[in-house]
Design a protein around this ligand. Structure first.
Ligand SMILES: Nc1ncnc2c1ncn2[C@@H]1O[C@H](COP(=O)(O)OP(=O)(O)OP(=O)(O)O)[C@@H](O)[C@H]1O
Length: 302
C-alpha cells in the first residue's frame, strides 16, 4: 500500500539573493519511480538536498516519510546518489562500502553480508577488492548506486544516474532501478526525458524554482487523439502529405524533437491507418505510441 513519501507546503530556499525554490507545495507517495525534471538551474538539486536534509529550508514546510529531513528516525531509510558521487580512489570498493554500512549501525558481519548483497545487485561483486581508480566511470556509478542501496532504504534519490554513461551501462542502471522498485521508491532527476518516460510513472516538473506540474505520467485527456511516431529515414514531405490524406487523420506535423505528431479522430483507428500506410509504402518505423511524448507535452507548442 502506498503511503506519503514527501510533503512540501510553501517550501522555499534562498541562497543569498538567489531564490532557488519558490513556494513549492507537493505531495508524493511511495511506489513507482518518480521523475524530477526541469531545465538547468530549475532547483532540482536544491529540492533533493532539502529532502536529504543536506541543507536547510528558508521557509515553508517539508516532511519526508513523516519525519523532518535529516532526522535520526530517517537514518537508513533514505539514501542519495549525488550528481557527482565521489569514491576514495585509494581504498578498495569493499572497504569503502563496509565503512558506510558500519556508519549505518551494522555490525561487522552484517556490513560484510550487506556489501556482498548490494554489489551482487549492481553486478559488480567481482570488483569488491578493486580500487575505484581502476574502474570505468560507468562502473564507479554502479558502485555509488550500490552504496545508496546499503541497508535497503525506502527512498533513494538519484541525481543524473546515467549522465555520461555509455548505453549498455545506462541500461543496466535503468534495469536495476526497475528491479529494486518493488521495495524502494526512487526519485530520479535527469535531463534524458526519453529515459524518464520509460522508467517513471509520475513526474515533478520545476522551472526557475517553481513547481510547474506534479502528477502521473500517463496519457492525459487532452492528449487523446494524438499519436507520436518515430520513423526510420522516410521522405518528410511525402510522409506528411500522405498521412494528412488518411481517413480520420486531422493533422500531421513534425515535432520540434524530430518525431511526427499526428492528430486523429480516434488514436486506435489512427494508429491502424498509419501502420497500413507505412506497410504499403515500405517505410520503416522505429516507434509508435499513443499520446504526446513527455518532451512534446513540456516543450512542444502544439
Ligand atoms: N550553493 C549555492 N549558492 C548559490 N546559488 C546556488 C547554490 N546552489 C544552487 N544555486 C542556484 O540555485 C538555483 C537552482 O540550482 P539547482 O542546482 O538546484 O538547479 P538544478 O535544477 O539542479 O540545475 P542543473 O540541471 O543545472 O543541475 C540556480 O540558480 C543556482 O545557480
Amino acid at each position: 500500500m502506498s503511503e506519503t513519501l514527501i510533503e512540501c507546503q510553501g517550501l522555499s530556499k534562498r541562497y543569498g539573493s538567489q531564490l532557488a525554490l519558490d513556494n513549492v507545495s507537493l505531495s508524493l507517495s511511495t511506489g513507482e519511480p518518480i521523475a524530477l525534471i526541469g531545465p538547468n538551474g530549475a532547483g532540482k538539486t536544491t529540492l533533493i538536498s532539502l529532502i536529504c536534509g543536506f541543507i536547510g529550508k528558508s521557509s515553508g514546510q517539508i516532511s519526508v516519510l513523516g519525519g523532518k529531513p535529516g532526522a535520526q528516525s530517517l537514518s537508513g531509510q533514505l539514501a542519495a546518489l549525488p550528481q557527482d558521487a565521489l569514491l576514495d580512489p585509494r581504498l578498495s570498493v569493499g572497504r569503502q562500502l563496509r565503512f558506510f554500512a558500519r556508519l549505518q549501525g551494522m555490525n561487522r558481519r552484517e556490513a560484510r553480508a550487506d556489501v556482498q548483497r548490494v554489489l551482487e545487485t549492481v553486478d559488480l561483486l567481482e570488483s569488491i577488492n578493486t580500487k575505484p581508480s581502476d574502474l570505468s566511470h560507468g562502473m564507479r556509478k554502479r558502485i555509488a548506486i550500490a552504496q545508496a542501496l546499503l541497508g535497503a532504504p525506502r527512498l533513494v534519490l538519484l541525481d543524473e544516474p546515467t549522465a555520461g554513461i555509455d548505453p549498455p551501462n545506462a541500461k543496466l542502471i535503468r534495469d536495476l532501478i526497475r528491479q529494486q522498485s518493488r521495495d524502494t521508491t526512487f526519485i530520479v532527476s535527469s535531463h534524458n526525458l526519453d529515459e524518464l518516460e520509460r522508467l517513471c510513472n509520475s513526474v515533478v516538473y520545476l522551472e526557475k524554482g517553481r513547481l510547474i506540474s506534479s502528477g502521473p505520467l500517463v496519457v492525459e485527456d487532452n492528449d487523446q487523439g494524438f499519436i507520436t511516431l518515430r520513423l526510420a529515414t522516410v521522405p518528410e514531405d511525402e510522409f506528411l502529405e500522405a498521412a494528412a490524406k488518411l481517413p480520420g487523420i486531422r493533422q500531421a506535423s513534425r515535432s520540434a524533437q524530430g518525431d511526427y505528431l499526428i492528430q486523429a479522430d480516434d488514436d486506435m483507428h489512427g494508429s491502424l491507418v498509419l501502420m497500413q500506410l507505412l506497410s504499403d509504402k515500405g517505410w520503416r518505423y522505429r516507434q509508435i505510441s499513443r499520446g504526446k511524448s513527455l518532451e512534446e507535452r513540456l516543450y512542444g507548442n502544439s
